[in-house]
Each structure stands twice: as C-alpha cells, then as structure tokens.
Design a protein around this ligand. Sequence first.
Ligand code: PLP
Length: 375
Amino acid sequence: MNFIPYGKQFIDEKDIQNVVDTLQSDFLTTGPKIKEFEDAISDYCGAKYCVAVCNGTAALHLSSLVLLSENDKVLTTPNSFLATSNAILYTKAKPIFIDIANDGNIDLDLCEQALQKDPNIKALYGVSFSGNLLNQTKLQYLKKTYGIKILEDNAHAIGAIYDGIKAGSCQNSDCSIFSFHPVKHLTTAEGGAITTNSEEVYEKLLTLRSHGMIKTPEMKPWEYEMHSLGFNYRITDIQCALGLSQLSKLDTFIEKRYNIAKKYDKAFERTMVKPLYTFNSGKSSYHLYVVQVDFTKLKITKKELFIKTKEKNIGIQLHYIPINKQPFYKKLGYGNESTPMMDKYYEECFSLPMYYSLTSDEQKYVIKTLFEILI
Ligand SMILES: *Cc1c(COP(=O)(O)O)cnc(C)c1O
C-alpha cells in the first residue's frame, strides 16, 4: 500500500490546462483572473464581496487589521491551527482562549458567560472546526446582544451549510476567511480569501492587500497615495486560474467526502472508535474526519498508535495541539486556562485520511489496520 496521508489535493487535466493558459496570457498577476475567482467565491458562498489573498494567514491578518484595535480582547478557540490566534496578536489585540464543546468548536455558551463578565471583549474569532459550521443561531444572538465583531475562520468549511446558511455568506459575521492550501477542500497551492457583506470592510481589505495604496480617477496618471500601512498579500492570476477550475469541482469533492464519512461512521458503529460527530445530511463539509478513542481503556498509547499506523503507511494526524499551550503563548502568560474539554479532546482525538482521491480499498485498509493496532 502506498502512503495514505490524512489529506491531499486532487489536480486534473483541466486544472493544468487553465494554469497553462494563464501562463501564456498577458497577466501572471494583477490581471483578470483574480476578480473572476473572487466573484466565483462570493457567488458560491452568497456573500456580497470577496478579496483573494496569498494565503489563509494573510486573510486572517488583513481581516484583523480591519476588525480589531490594539488591546481589544478577542474570544477564540485553542482548537485551531496557530494562524487563527496569531492574527489577533499581529494587531496587538489580546486573545482569550475559551474551551471547546463536544463537536470540537468553541463553546458559544462559555463565550456568552465571558461576555457577560467583561464588557471589554470586542470580538469573537471562531473556527468551523473540521468543516462543522459554528451554530449560526447563537452567533446571531451574540452579535445582536453584545455588539461584538465576529470572524469565522472557515478554512475547513467551504461548502458547509448550517440551517440553510452557507459557510462564507457572513450572515452572522463581519468576515469569513478561507485557505486554499493543498490539504483543504480546494487548492491554489498557497492561497486564501476573505468574504464580507460590508462595502467599507471590502474597500479597506483591497487597499491593505496592496501596500495601503489608492489610485482614483481624479489623480494624475502616475499618482498613487498611501493612506494606511498595507502589505503585498496579493494572489497571482496563475493561482486564481487553478482556483477557478478547482471551485467548479468543489461540490463533487464534498460529495466524495460525504461518502467517505458515511463509510467510516458505519465501520465505527458500536466500537471503541467514536466519531466526533456522525454524518448529518451535509451540514459539515468534512475537511477532517476526527475520531475519539479512550486510550486509558487500551493497551496502546496515542504515541504508539501514531508510530504503528505510520509503519503501516497511514498518516493519521492530530488536529490540534492546544494553541494556548504553545511555548510562545506560555511566555505571554497563557496555558493555564481551564479547558477540560480541550484537554480530553487532546488526549483522545485524531484525524483519519479523508480526501477526494482516497479509494474504497484504501479506506478499507485504513479501517482494518486501525482496528488491528488498537485491539
Ligand atoms: C489552514 C488553516 C489556516 C491557515 O491557512 P494558510 O493558507 O495555511 O495560511 C488558518 N486557520 C485554519 C483553521 C486552518 O486550517
């Protein structure tokens, strides 16, 4: 069996041809493919505006520059990739880590308790962990009641739907971000995007993406003015050409993930392997298939499981190490928050291979090998 990673991209001839066409066109960057890709994403998600950038982390950074001010307190989750809370630190705002609920997402009831106690909390950065959208009813309630800014990190969740509300539609948030890294649902190699329904936020994001520079029709032909400290976070036309052709396959990609999820669910019924949540008519976009195992009841440790699966050419993965316990965050005074759910999650959970080109035989091999090692 060839090595089976937890996630990987799927590139076909059409993707390759689209990239080649753009390489042979006049614009490698700052050309027409960027707006075309942005429009396709905002259409897909049902948001008014989209700004595509060079990666998901840049999307988080630019959103934070627009949404946050220095010293703002921001509720966020320990169960994410580093970039989510790093973006809060980039803007000199202060992350506050809140425990997760049993679906792996930030616990929005605990968020409310924190908001009741501290009027200086200005924002909430939630992650639609593994593709499972944040509870939109609660987000709407928190936004209305406490007037906070909300960012949805939907890096795992493009294509996910919650009660008819699509990921990235920003119905209950100010900004939503996506990543197009190869392990995510669709890829531009490196790449990311922000969606929003606010014209003001959109204009600011566009300016910040390109050095804080503006040009207006009234200016002389050579003139440009800088009004804010921006960056070069642009994405290229080559990447957007790939993104456009990947986006046209997104629903097929997700459909396949649903089938994989259903098969895993069935294989783990009434076993010691507990899915984090089971398949539910397309609510999650299944970026990850996370399972829980109570290692205290087994002869094997989590570390041994990782080593033994790797020996069998299976790349299980851990999403995530709690961010607040990272050495850098500990130096800033984090790490001692009470997060019993996250602690338990970290002890018990891991992600199984889940991607478009995973074959039925490979999936069977993963399931069979997992049970052989655990029992
Ligand atoms: C991948 C990811 C990011 C970062 O995206 P990059 O494109 O790698 O910069 C941020 N947040 C989450 C939850 C992610 O999974």
